[in-house]
Write a protein that binds this ligand. Sequence first.
Ligand code: ADP
Ligand code: AMP
Length: 213
Amino acid sequence: MNIILLGPPGAGKGTQARHLVETRGMIQLSTGDMLREAKTSGTEMGKKVAEIMDAGKLVTDEIVIGLIEEKLQSEAGAGFIFDGFPRTLAQADALAALLAKLGQSLHTVIEMRVDDEALVKRISGRFTCGNCGEVYHDETKPTKVEGVCDKCGGTEMVRRADDNEESLRTRLMEYYKKTSPLIGYYYAKGDLRPVNGLADIDEVTASIEAILS
Ligand code: ADP
Ligand code: AMP
């Protein structure tokens, strides 16, 4: 079963994807994570994307489609969770073609609905464990012991360079201009299932589980 988690930055896609990985053994394909890894690798591609990401703009379709193609060919499990991909209509078409080539298809597109005011609060309070990537929030999901990851005991907490108000404004504009048309695209295909992303983390998880089972 392959699914897309679709929603604006801060909607809770990564948080829910990690849950599905733990409970269902699915594979999370986050283009944001892949690009952040590329950014620190010192490669030519890394240098090229770093500036674009920090400014909150979208990286080119060619680069992200290439990253996804590589993962689809090299990883296997109980289905893929596309997190932060596709973000443009060209990426959505490319994904359909890549899945068809592998004899696979898309099961569901989960649209995580959240209002813009909540996004600012979510993004400005987000931090992750530098070791295992668990996602936290200063107010809605703090670590049980300050500075120590609940999952792995790691003590290096990371805040993203693009999690500031200025970059968020650009990221939101990119989302509305280039990504939100995907809601209509997948609705017309009959694949779209909305969930209330404003609910508590556990309630969102339950809504997604109800859709998938
Ligand atoms: P995305 O991957 O869509 O950008 P994240 O999963 O990283 O979003 O979540 C953004 C921030 O909001 C994180 O700090 C996370 O802990 C918090 N968060 C996620 N889902 C919820 C929720 N349902 N309620 C409150 N806070 C949430
Ligand atoms: P995310 O981790 O999903 O919030 O993505 C962080 C940043 O990575 C975005 O603001 C973009 O610069 C870049 N990015 C991630 N996924 C994509 C994508 N599918 N297409 C283009 N750019 C992307």
